[in-house]
Ligand binder design. Sequence first.
Ligand SMILES: Nc1ncnc2c1ncn2[C@@H]1O[C@H](COP(=O)(O)OP(=O)(O)OP(=O)(O)O)[C@@H](O)[C@H]1O
Length: 317
Amino acid sequence: MTTAAVRVRGLTREFTRRRAQPRLALDAVDLTVEEGEVHGLLGPNGAGKTTLCKILSTVLLPTSGTALVNGFDVVRETKQVRQGIGIVFGGERGLYTRLTARQNLMYWSALYQQPTRVAKARVAELLERMGLLERADDAVETFSRGMKQRLHLARGLIGDPRTLLLDEPTVGMDPVAARDFRSLVAELRGEGRSILITTHDMAEAESVCDKVSLIDGGKVIGTESPRTIGGWMSKYERVRAQGVPEEVRAKLRALPGVSEVRVEDDEEVLVSVDAEGAAARVLRTLVDAGVSAVSTSRPSLEEVYLHVIGDRGLAVR
Ligand SMILES: Nc1ncnc2c1ncn2[C@@H]1O[C@H](COP(=O)(O)OP(=O)(O)OP(=O)(O)O)[C@@H](O)[C@H]1O
């Protein structure tokens, strides 16, 4: 039997705050990331994703429960855990923006106690791989968001880790940079590395993950296939339209799978659906009625969670 990359059981983390109720950031979480898998942890802001990543990377202690990374315990075997992981937190944390990309990576290599010759070669290889070689000797403060994140990823790879923890790595990136980043993630998976990636973006979870665990209010509410996530995005799609006469609104309300037809302040009509194919029926009805100012948008994660939690009879928040 192979060792799971991440095995979390009954993991709880409580934050106590003065003069306030203690807050359960993680509440009896169970999660398994199999070796060689890209596992998404999908959840809205405040769900507990960063707290879990911090515990797995040994910078925060759990209140109770166990967490093993590459078979090592995050509380008792911190050294072995750290040796086997690479961490990429979103944002600018951890980068020295006045130093160049190469200097940042050389600094991190020194922390791994790599001999200078080995470090230089490894750093050059990583810069090339991340498409940063041309800008390797420019200060990081001149980099775009996407370039900084690729540098973060290079940093996470310095120790050649078996397991990568990526905490919202594409937040704030433009769509092209985010797509490039995701293909790097797919390449790393191709090398047999295991990856836990947190996100609040359903499309990201669908496109890059082998499995996706849903987290909300500190609880894991299920593990799904990316195909299921994609299905939810179309099932709960929203349709917006301008200039919809009342009789057409009534027709929309009567369509199967339409859960709400709401008139917004600016007379825009927002149609919510909760069945496969219902959005297409709405579009057809609008087009047949001569309404042309129509657009569709994905549901928010919060909306999807309300449906999923409702359907499963779960009480999370
Ligand atoms: N150091 C802390 N002290 C007190 N409460 C905290 C602390 N860190 C996190 N929390 C609380 O724990 C909960 C989970 O936070 P966490 O940062 O893990 O969520 P998240 O899913 O990563 O969300 P985000 O994407 O907003 O960072 C939140 O309610 C947060 O306010």
